[in-house]
Design a protein around this ligand. Structure first.
Ligand code: C5P
Length: 313
């Protein structure tokens, strides 16, 4: 597809697009064996939660990226940044020049198991599609997203979804409630490949816990609104690996249960920890108690599900 800017006067007029994108958590993360391509087969249930990054894309005749907010100083601004790769991938797909000036305002912790980098990538695809007037469908954007990272298609979609393959094949699932989370952000990140390598090592040693198995009980728990029912079936195969690499996470998880969380689990590959609350008020009191325990760098509250990357202005 090749559309000249001149064919899209609406986008000429505004010259900039803002996209808001959520963080993701995994309510169920079942990790299969290591595949020949270096990935693992997954059966995961994603949920988008109300911690957001914002991507502001401006018309430009070059490609430039600036970032402010949470962890901004530690992030690359070149091709190592997934947002830059998103611009180039969309340009290659549409035949347009890879031109945009991007500014990302980060709230999602970096390397925290919340897919912050993937979120910025999904937001950039949606932003440049609007800015350039290429009008791709969500499915087309998700197809490009899958070439850039395993959880990026989910962040284009949002809501609650089952992820299969290496996580890139996503299908929405029914979620009959809103769930309230306390998000315990650790100091420092964990490398996702290192956490996957650690689960392989623990499995080889025979010391990994039983695998999470089928996501069906979790999917059933999502069809009703009681958080206690959901709490009983949350599962993450990467938790043992994250705790093995960062033993103090065990203290954080126990602190949340001591303070009255319905459940505590590591988010994705960690080190962020998630605590399920009964409702919004309980999430606020739980967050305050956890902050007082000093086991996290920052404590936030969030609810889910929320929508995926969306143009806001
Ligand atoms: O797909 P993405 O680039 O986000 O994955 C980052 C890394 O996480 C991969 O290089 C791989 O080491 C690991 N991974 C995996 N199996 C998956 C998804 C990710 O082993 N299904």
């Amino acid at each position: 597809m090749s559309l000249a800017y001149e064919e899209k006067p609406d986008f000429m007029a505004s010259g900039s697009v803002r996209v808001r994108v959520p963080a993701k958590i995994n309510l169920h993360l079942g990790v299969g064996p290591l595949r020949a391509d270096g990935y693992h087969d997954l059966a995961t249930v994603y949920q988008a939660i109300s911690l957001y990054d914002d991507v502001h894309a401006h018309r430009s005749d070059t490609l430039a990226l600036t970032i402010d907010g949470e962890g901004a100083g530690s992030l690359p601004l070149d091709d190592d940044n997934l947002a830059v790769r998103a611009v180039k991938a969309l340009a290659a797909h549409t035949g347009l020049p890879a031109h945009a000036r991007l500014h990302i305002t980060k709230n999602i912790p970096v390397a925290g198991g919340l897919a912050g980098g993937s979120a910025d990538c999904a937001a950039t695809l949606v932003a440049c599609d609007a800015l350039w007037g290429t009008g791709l469908s969500r499915d087309e954007l998700a197809t490009i997203a899958a070439t850039l990272g395993s959880d990026i298609p989910f962040l284009v979609l949002g809501g609650t979804a089952l992820g299969t393959g290496r996580g890139e094949q996503v299908n929405p699932v029914l979620a009959a409630g809103t769930w309230h989370w306390v998000v315990g952000v650790a100091a420092g990140g964990l490398s996702t490949p290192a956490v996957y390598r650690e689960i392989d090592r623990l499995r080889e040693l025979g010391t990994a816990p039983d695998p999470a198995g089928s996501p069906d009980p979790l999917l059933a728990a999502l069809r009703q609104p009681d958080p206690e029912v959901l709490a009983a079936v949350l599962a993450n195969d990467l938790q043992a690996a994250a705790v093995s690499l960062r033993p103090q996470l065990r203290t954080t998880l126990h602190a949340g249960i001591d303070e009255g969380a319905l459940a505590a689990l590591v988010s994705g590959s960690g080190p962020t920890c998630l605590f399920l609350a009964r409702d919004a008020e309980h999430a606020n009191t739980l967050a305050a108690s956890l902050a007082g325990r000093g086991v996290c760098r920052t404590v936030r509250t969030a609810h889910g599900p929320v929508s995926g990357a969306r143009v806001t202005a």
